[in-house]
Design a protein around this ligand. Structure first.
Ligand code: GLY
Ligand code: MN
Ligand code: MN
Length: 442
């Protein structure tokens, strides 16, 4: 892993040096961030370091107030904030192989930074807040620089890819535990706790809030609660839950059904089949918008085959019927953020391609390249508010509402894998992780 990390830093140094020269800066300061306080309260939100800082310093965990100084051709210099603070655990000088890639200086008094950051030349600073030491003529979050960094972050180094692989392996342990608890009729809360224990994560380690949805709650796309009380009947579990390794996120969803013979179970297996059938098309040179549109065609075929909608595939897509059942995007870039930056960006200068008007929630409109890591996450939901709207349209006449009524209590389905685009096709980080855990075919 250390060799990979060395190469990761070498790649970043080359990339950042080039981008600094393209944008005319002599120095770049990346801030780790600060922990913001809650309004009218003396407690803080959990700290999470800014992603551009984490990309360089993934081994550091909770170090607000620190800065990384990058200058072309020079070793990156970390100023690590080690305040004199008896309320909190303060960082010690870091150790480990990774520190060889950096010069490291600890400081306790922010005034020290004003003196060491003299004479840097034309300087950019990326952080939410400028820092009291920053000079007025420094560029704070310059758009041209950030656009270039965001654009290139989509292509992962081998080290980043390895982190994403390992994050998937960790998350899969949680998913296996969660399924077991679902089959033992546990509550959403218990399933969530079991997930945390199996992944050795606490809430602040997770890349995003777990979605643990039983029965009709599975129809709420970002369902945010966990009921303590188990329902009287377990029909469905939709669990969208990840893990983080060195800041890199897994983002995995599985949908489990109690009764394997039910119509709903048939839908789960059809959607799973459609998701797998799309995977060979996830390869370099493919426009992600077209993949998204293709999934709508597959979904229309499923809705037709199972008797939910009596209309042709083309008519269903044209009339927006599939969008009622699958209202979100097929996927997004994945990395240091669960919805990683730059998904609409078409070039390093920041030109954006927004998704088609009828698919406003699609987060990725780029052409896939080797090194991208994306999610492939089709869904099929029974969302009362959207179904109610569909019912008012001419397309509503083609829907088998009696069948819809029997499926509403199951909520919905999402199947989400994390996929790395390679030179030849793609690597499915999620299904490989399930297979490695003895769950072939999951
Ligand atoms: N977990 C959020 C998403 O799948 O995009
Ligand atoms: Mn996702
Ligand atoms: Mn997800």
């Amino acid at each position: 892993m250390h060799r990979l990390f060395e190469r990761h830093i070498t790649t970043l140094r080359t990339r950042f040096d080039r981008i600094l020269s393209e944008t005319g800066f002599d120095a770049l300061l990346l801030g780790s961030g600060t922990a913001p306080r809650r309004f009218l309260d003396d407690t803080q939100y959990p700290f999470r370091a800014h992603p551009p800082f984490v990309q360089w310093l993934p081994h550091l965990r909770e170090h607000p107030g620190s800065w990384l100084l990058l200058r072309p051709g020079q070793k990156p210099l970390l100023y690590l904030y080690c305040p004199d603070d008896f309320w909190h655990q303060t960082p010690e000088a870091p150790s480990g192989d990774w520190t060889e890639e950096f010069e490291i200086e600890c400081f306790a008094d922010v005034r020290r930074l004003s003196s060491v950051f003299q004479n840097l030349g034309n300087t950019a600073l990326i952080a939410e807040a400028r820092g009291a030491f920053a000079r007025d003529d420094w560029a704070h979050n310059p758009a041209a620089l950030i656009a270039r960094l965001d654009f290139e972050r989509a292509v992962k180094t081998d080290w980043e890819l390895q982190c994403l692989r390992r994050a998937n392996r960790i998350a899969v342990q949680g998913h296996i535990a969660a399924e077991g608890l679902f089959r033992a009729d546990a509550s959403e809360y218990r399933i969530h706790q079991g997930y945390l224990a199996a992944t050795a994560h606490n809430e602040r380690d997770l890349p995003y809030d777990n979605i643990v949805a039983l029965n009709s709650n599975a129809a709420v796309l970002h369902y945010q609660f966990q009921q303590h009380q188990a329902p009287s009947l377990h029909r469905t579990l939709l669990i969208d839950a990840g893990a983080r390794l060195h800041g890199y996120a897994a983002d995995i969803t599985r949908t489990h059904v109690a009764d394997g013979e039910s119509v709903f179970a048939g839908l789960v297996s059809l959607l799973d089949g459609a998701q797998r059938a799309l995977l060979p098309q996830v390869r370099a040179g493919v426009d992600f918008v077209e993949l998204h549109q293709q999934m709508h065609l597959s979904l229309a075929q499923i809705l037709r085959d199972c008797g939910l909608v009596n209309a042709s595939v083309e008519a269903q897509v044209e009339q927006g019927i599939t969008r009622t059942f699958f209202p979100h995007g097929l996927g997004h870039l994945l990395g240091l953020q669960v919805h990683d930056v730059g998904g609409w960006q078409q070039d390093a200068k920041g030109y954006l391609r927004e998704p088609p008007l009828e698919h406003p929630f699609l987060r990725l409109t780029r052409t896939l390249q080797p090194g991208f890591v994306v999610t492939i996450e089709p869904g099929l939901y029974f969302i009362p508010s959207l179904l109610g709207k569909l019912r008012q349209t001419p397309g509503g006449d083609t829907v088998n509402w009696a069948l819809v009524d029997t499926l509403l209590p199951f909520g919905g389905i999402r199947i989400e894998d994390n996929v790395a685009v390679t030179a030849l096709g793609c690597e499915n980080l999620t299904r490989d992780a399930f297979a490695a855990a003895g769950r072939e075919g999951f």
